[in-house]
Write a protein that binds this ligand. Structure first.
Ligand SMILES: [Zn+2]
Length: 821
């Protein structure tokens, strides 16, 4: 009986971009084994791998294991290789796959081969068929064996010979080729599953990690789920310092967090830290996998989360990491920290001039061994001033201790014990493995400002910090450590430190150990945002890319000011996204304002009446009365507008709110997510005389489309007005970081009245009136400081001052649509 179908997987080991990719490990097996396992699910009579002579012996065992035969043919003329194989097979239909696609949709392959055969039985035969719209790397080609042999004879085009399909589909005059849009369940043209580059390989690893122990080969739905997941789209890559002289702490911290989160760790081939491979081996025993260590970083096509723990970012690294990627930096001490989307300081930073998003020493791994009894006597002392100790402080510190503590046993850690062979009374030892768990044995630890000092304090030891710079002196003071000032160490200075009441530090932090890995994971789900007005700037991919300057950082968010338009925007957020469900207007509102939205309806309405009177007065008198309120909620503004003689229309994202406006207030309203609204279709009106947005504008991530749409919706001479929190009110002016830390997590832009004109001009508006609202004398620092009572003369003066200087915490901006030139 003549066999009908053959699956042929094309494979070679000499790939220019990623050599040997078919043999690279993915989970427990090579990439090729994944390909073969999924193609084995397609019903066929023969299963072959077509390779070249050089790769044959290497691939044969993998083929055998997966039920495939192996065929060796021409290395470069792949078409010839296929034809030579086909001639030996006596089959009708070929299903062709390539070995760089471990996540083939075998169900789609099965469906397409059936469709091909169906067509050839009926009245619309074809030579070649493939589905379009599958993820890049999940599809196969189906063609007739006889047609391919014929096509090969007819072409000597090198491209046709190097590839296989083109011999047919680039010659449509001779062959009928069908490109069929794949059924919806397979149609995901924006996804990518192929392995062409190193970044692709990292993505494939992430897919396997995400799907873990699911039955293999994975189904279409599983692969799509994985491809869409945050974990696969934002893999975490730790970049620890592996530079000689910077200690091993960075590498330990990153490896430990990587084991916990199954993340990648970047170790460049030229790393100079001698202990690197032995430390990596240590973590392999704790569950670190081989694939986690990478020597190449993902390219700009793969939006990973880079976590740097390398002491100081170089300008190059800062640029490279922050472009297109989320950059989280631990204890970052360079001048380029503004590139980082998030700064986490665990051991207080070397650079005190900038504030981190979060400073939290509870991520330091605390020793399990702690001192039980704290005695006043100091008998055992450890001096540990970094392995390298470039300033040479170990010896003077140890000698000063000998003088001050006669009889005490002084031990000093140095990298070169031989060098100190002739020095008496001090026990010099080489670096101690797992010092953290041994440090409790010492009554006193003398160290520079770093991890060891904190670990010693956690273990209950007395601690003296040796300030290696003026800055460290300042930090030691700030965090209440006994210290020796920057400069020469002598016995008098040591004595003073030993007498300090801060010798036994009371570390004011929760003793609970927090997991760095899970916090990094939480941050990796965060969102990086660009300027809502200018959107992605064209210079992002250019060489001298500079991030927008930082305005404020807090535990959940980072704010920047757009260099181009001047708006302050949320540039990174690790907060959960808010959904505008019913709860927003009821529960959340009550939480924030202490009364329900409905209870507040009339007071909001009276504010709206005042605003609409201003708009009426500002509108160029053309007599038009159509008024649109965007984000109208339950309609207080629409009710006010109707009373002021306007024809109100409303739009809101909340179905409940729109239902209320239509059924209770009887105003025309549309439920839609602005700017997605066709007002002509919804209301029969394409341009309005007045458009408003009350406390809505700050909620958009894409303000550009919002303002463009509003510009379209407002008639020439018509008014657009909005109210929003003010970035120039007393709260922002008196404590900027506090203002931004309490700014609601769904406010993506913060408007400053002085910058509004420039932004709105782009959209054809001219600001004609600014009303400062939300005056709160109690928020003035002087009021808090001097306890000025509400209603007093001074209170009233501050209130007047606030109004005069426009220091209200909210602002209304009224602008007029200019005539188009
Ligand atoms: Zn901008």
């Amino acid at each position: 009986m003549k066999t009908k179908r053959a699956v042929i997987v094309q494979c070679r080991l000499s790939s220019s971009r990623l050599p040997g990719k078919a043999l690279k490990l993915l989970g427990q097996k090579p990439v090729l084994a994944w390909v073969l396992a999924s193609m084995k699910k397609v019903k066929a009579d023969k299963y072959y791998v077509a390779t070249d002579h050089e790769s044959y012996e290497i691939l044969k065992p993998i083929c055998k294991e997966n039920g495939f035969d192996c065929f060796a043919g021409d290395l470069n003329d792949v078409l010839k290789r296929f034809c030579d194989l086909i001639k030996t097979l006596k089959v009708e239909t070929i299903i062709r796959a390539t070995a760089d696609n471990p996540f083939l949709f075998y169900e789609a392959a099965q469906a397409s081969v059936e469709e091909f055969e169906e067509r050839n039985k009926g009245r619309h035969p074809c030579d070649y068929l493939t589905y379009t719209g599958l993820p890049h790397g999940s599809g196969v080609e189906i063609f007739s064996a006889a047609s391919l042999l014929k096509a090969a004879e007819q072409t000597d085009n090198p491209y046709d010979h190097e590839h296989v399909g083109p011999a047919l589909y680039n010659h449509k005059e001779s062959f009928k080729c069908e490109f069929i849009k794949a059924p919806a369940r397979f149609n995901f043209p924006d996804l990518r599953t192929t392995i062409d580059t190193f970044s692709d390989y990292m993505r494939a690893i992430s897919i396997v990690n995400f799907l873990k122990d699911n039955k293999q080969p994975y189904t279409t739905e599983q692969i799509i789920d994985a491809c869409k997941s945050v974990q696969v789209n934002n893999p975490i890559v730790f970049v620890p310092s592996v530079v000689k002289g910077q200690g091993t702490g960075h590498l330990h911290r990153c490896l430990s967090a990587a084991v916990e989160t199954k993340s990648f760790v970047y170790i460049p081939d030229d790393c100079t830290l001698a202990e690197t491979s032995s430390i990596i081996d240590e973590y392999k025993e704790k569950g670190l996998c081989d694939w986690q260590i990478i020597n190449e970083l993902p390219d700009e096509t793969y939006k990973s989360v880079i976590v740097t723990d390398n002491f100081k970012l170089s300008k190059n690294q800062a640029e490279q990491f922050s472009k297109c990627k989320k950059l989280i930096s631990l204890d970052e001490g360079s001048d380029f920290s503004q590139y980082s989307d998030y700064l986490l300081d665990i051991i207080p930073s070397y650079d005190v001039t900038r504030l981190p998003n979060l400073f939290d020493t509870s991520y330091i791994t605390k020793p399990l061994n702690v001192r039980k009894n704290v005695t006043a006597n100091i008998e055992k002392v450890l001096v540990c001033i970094g392995g390298e100790d470039p300033a040479g402080l170990t010896l003077p510190a140890s000698q000063a201790l000998v003088k001050n503590l006669p009889g005490a046993q002084i031990t000093a850690i140095v990298s070169d014990v031989e060098k100190y062979r002739n020095i008496l009374n001090i026990n010099f030892i080489p670096p101690v493995e797992n010092l953290r768990e041994k440090i409790f044995e010492y009554d006193l630890v003398v160290s520079h400002y770093g991890l060891t000092a904190f670990e010693a304090a956690f273990a209950g030891c007395a601690v003296i910090m040796v300030a290696t710079t003026k800055l460290h002196e300042h930090l030691a003071q700030k965090y209440d450590f006994a210290y020796i000032p920057h400069g020469k160490i002598d016995s008098a200075k040591m004595q003073k430190a030993l007498e300090s009441p801060l010798l036994r530090p009371e570390i004011k932090m929760s003793l609970k150990q927090k997991s760095l890995g899970s916090y990094i994971q939480h941050l990796s789900f965060g969102e990086k945002l660009c300027c809502p007005v200018c959107r992605e700037k064209s210079d992002v991919l250019q060489k001298d890319f500079r991030p927008d300057p930082i305005i404020s950082r807090n535990a959940g968010r980072t704010y920047r000011r757009c260099r181009n338009c001047g708006i302050v925007y949320m540039a990174f957020t690790a907060e959960e996204e808010k959904q505008y469900k019913k709860s927003y207007f009821f529960e959340d509102y009550k939480k924030q304002y202490g009364k329900t939205y409905e209870e507040d309806f009339n007071s909001i309405k009276s504010q709206c009446t005042r605003r609409i009177q201003i708009m009426n007065a500002l509108q160029d008198n053309q007599g038009g009365k159509n008024y649109l309120d965007i984000g109208c909620a339950y309609g207080p503004s629409l009710a006010a507008a109707a009373e002021q003689g306007l024809n109100p229309f409303g739009t809101d994202i909340s179905e409940e709110a729109i239902h209320y406006v239509k059924s209770k207030l009887h105003f025309p309203a549309s439920c839609s997510a602005f700017p997605k609204i066709d007002s002509q279709k919804e209301f029969g009106i394409s341009k309005f005389d007045q458009v408003s947005m009350w406390y809505v504008i700050e909620h958009f991530k894409d303000l550009d489309s919002v303002l463009s749409k509003i510009s379209e919706l407002v008639k020439e001479g018509g008014i657009f007005a909005f109210a929003t929190p003010s970035g120039e009110g007393i709260s922002a002016k008196s404590d900027l970081d506090h203002f931004y830390s309490i700014s609601p997590t769904d406010h993506f832009s913060i408007w400053e009245p002085s910058k509004a004109q420039k932004i709105l001009k782009k959209y054809g508006f001219e600001v004609i009136k600014v009303v400062s609202t939300g005056h709160h004398p109690e928020r003035f620092p002087v009021c808090k400081k001097e306890n000025i009572q509400k209603g007093s003369v001074r209170w009233n003066m501050i209130d007047k001052y606030s109004r005069l200087m426009q220091l209200g915490d909210t602002v209304e901006i009224y602008c007029r649509k200019k005539a188009e030139k």
